[in-house]
Every structure is written in C-alpha cells, then in structure tokens.
Design a protein around this ligand. Sequence first.
Ligand SMILES: CC(C)(COP(=O)(O)OP(=O)(O)OC[C@H]1O[C@@H](n2cnc3c(N)ncnc32)[C@H](O)[C@@H]1OP(=O)(O)O)[C@@H](O)C(=O)NCCC(=O)NCCS
Length: 175
Amino acid sequence: MIELRASDLTLRRWRDDDVDALLRAYRDPVLRQWTRTPVDSADEGRRWLEQTRQDFDDGRRYSFAVLEDHADGPRLVANVVLKGMTSQRPVPEVGYWTASWARGRGVAPRAVTALSAWAFDRFPDLTHLDLLHQVDNVASCRVAQKCGFVYRETLPARPPFPRDGHRHVLPAPGR
Ligand SMILES: CC(C)(COP(=O)(O)OP(=O)(O)OC[C@H]1O[C@@H](n2cnc3c(N)ncnc32)[C@H](O)[C@@H]1OP(=O)(O)O)[C@@H](O)C(=O)NCCC(=O)NCCS
C-alpha cells in the first residue's frame, strides 16, 4: 500500500468509496474547465475510479487521492497524478486539481511536492518532471512556481484546450 504524507495531507490510491466526493468535486465549473474527462454521474464516477486503478496497476498513470485530516475523519481535497509514463513520452508530467472547498490553502503545492519526491525516488532514472498549464490558468502557474517547477517555454495550444500553454520543469535532485 502506498501512502504519502505532507503535513496534514495524506496521498493514497483512489478507492471505490471515494465516488461521492469525486462527484461533488466535479460539479465545480472551474475544475471542469481544466480537465479532459468530466464525471457527471455515479456510473461515470465508478468508471473513472476503475480506469484510475487500472492505469496505476499498469504503470501508465499514478493518480493519488489527497485527504486532509479533520476532527471527524479525513476529507477528500484534491487529486494529483503522475502521467505520461509511456515509451512514446520520455518525460512524465504532473497534473492536479484541488476541490473548490479546499482552494487557497496550499493543498496542491504540498501534494505536488510530495508526489514529485515520490516520483524521483520510485523512478531513479528520471531526469526531470514536466508541468503544463494553459497560459491564462494563473492559479496553476502559481502552483508550478511554489513547487519549484521553472518556466521553460510556451507551447502551442493542445486540443481540447484553446490557448497556448506553459511548460515548467522540475529537475531531479542533484541534476
Ligand atoms: C490550480 C489549483 C490546483 C490550485 O490549487 P490550490 O490548492 O488552491 O493551490 P494554492 O492554495 O497554492 O493557490 C494557488 C493560487 O490559486 C489562487 N487562489 C487563492 N485562493 C483561491 C480560492 N479560494 N479559489 C480559487 N483560487 C484561489 C491564487 O492565485 C493562488 O496563488 P497565490 O497563493 O499566489 O495567491 C486549483 O485552483 C484548481 O483545482 N483549479 C482547477 C483545476 C486546475 O486548474 N488544475 C490544473 C490544470 S493545469
């Protein structure tokens, strides 16, 4: 079982009983604007969780549910993912969202920092990680900066996202 800690946050694999919190998070139009796969119903939520589990087992994408400690038990606050672990794409990329109810408290920066440390530890041959966001996603650009990902270049728009994007890079420790 993989479990990562970052202050009062726990990162662990997504589970079937996260479906209600996943659906609540996906009701937010801001989150939907920046994700490729909307989750609109319990069926879609279950499929998302099944695919997420399969991708993790196959080593294609490593998605972690992020939970915050609360007096009445842990609460889902975010998703972070290491993606693009394929032979066609030499450099993996981090992705993330924070649920609307938990934004503005540094959840994504802390979770992405923990994910990046895990990635470099788990895959010692990695030279760096990529982080891509559309140019007008200012909040995401801030996350990149807070996690130490350095702006590297502006890339042309990549459908379904209509505008150019920034690529930020985090070198492996010691590189
Ligand atoms: C981008 C995102 C993950 C940031 O997560 P977070 O946990 O709120 O991160 P932070 O608390 O560090 O806030 C980052 C920035 O969000 C903005 N922000 C602050 N409070 C906010 C709030 N209550 N609501 C929305 N944005 C807020 C600020 O610009 C902040 O930067 P600052 O700290 O320099 O002021 C989150 O806004 C999100 O999930 N957006 C939708 C999905 C998305 O864009 N994913 C990334 C795709 S590349």
